[in-house]
Design a protein around this ligand. Sequence first.
Ligand code: GLN
Length: 467
Amino acid sequence: MTPGSIADLQKALLAKKTSVLSIVKHYLEQIASTSDLNIYVRVFEKEAIEKASALDDKIQNGEPVGKLAGLVLSVKDVICIEGQEVSAASKMLEGFQSLFTATALQRLLDEDAIVIGMVNCDEFAMGSANENSVFGPVKNPLDPERIPGGSSGGSAAAVAADTCLISLGSDTGGSVRQPASFCGVSGFKPSYGRISRYGLIAYASSFDQIGVIGNSPDDIYKVLQIMEGEDEMDATSTAFMNYTPSKEKIIGWIPEIMNHPGLDPDIKNESDLVMEKLKDEGYELKSFDFPLLDYIIPTYYIMTAGESSSNLSRYDGVRYGHQTKENVNLENFYRKSRAEGFGSEVKRRIMMGTFVLSAGFYDQYFGKAQKVRRMIKEAMENIFMECDYIICPVSPVRPWKIGEKIEDPVSVYLSDIYTVIANLAGVPAISIPLKSMSSPYASIQLLGPKGSDHYLLTQASELLKKF
Ligand code: GLN
């Protein structure tokens, strides 16, 4: 039996009840026996075994080891590891090798964490179902006919299928929290700027954050403390002050969210039960109006499409990855390389993004969306003046069947309504599973003010114990 938390694992290692090598071997066996779920795109068997043996030797000889010795993790295929291929699940980056390791990951490696492999995701992290991948869809370990969520579907499935203890994903609009909720695990998106984005392939830079998926908020907290903080390679990264909650025991909720016509009644019921229980335990549940809710999805998709069309202009067939084999002139070389390299969802976003940024339409779309984003951010700040965190569902719907919504991208966009709020406002948010409820997909989301990441994780840990 491999321990299911970092704390138990390290206790077992210290007491010599297990070895790093046997932990790595366990996960390699799990990866092999769940290969039909299509989770891993690269497995680092040899490297992981070598590092595990070296760590075991050190432990045996009583030499000091890093704070994360024994932790085995997987990494979404958008996070760079020096000398390894990274492709953002796109044909565009086929064969491309990273020249450096992402700062956040390097900090974990420096503490002796072991990367066991890279996992599947939506192409350039665009999607909510992990169906937009050049490697094909990932299957949900809880029900292989269903999607695992996205875009970090491989990361959530990897933890749920017990192929690693932690997985690093990225969250631009919910890509860590939504798949975590669809696979029955915990997923955390930090405050914008808390974790360096250096070495994370960009989707929409003012939204992107590396996020963590794990079995519990406690494990995520341990990893976050090592990854977070300023990095000279990312000017948006910053060290946050310690957050002190001032309004202990006041939790916010938003009637527009809870009474939204698109919210599945079972999911509403689960959130109501959580709120009831908290009330019984002496918390005050305070409601806050949020009339901007209907603007959330348009604002998010206008801005992220715009930012992504700009970010993805670097893939021209010359500097990275795929090049057309056709003998064409330079202009058509760019066109052909991009047309062959990108998948249809990425193309849709590039077209939409180029449109909203174009000279004649900028003020009407991108410029306006920026203003609405500011209003959303301020509305959230006002709410957080009167409560410590907000509670709400993660997704308005349950994981759907693979293939079911392929022809209906707008309905998929709409399902992001409760997760993109945190990215628009730059605040931390976590999704945790509600194990005692009848649906395996039951979950709840907590959103806190900017910088409250540590506090939010401890609150999530407390809440998890009650369900
Ligand atoms: N589903 C959202 C999108 O497609 C979020 C993706 C993400 O967080 N990377 O944009």
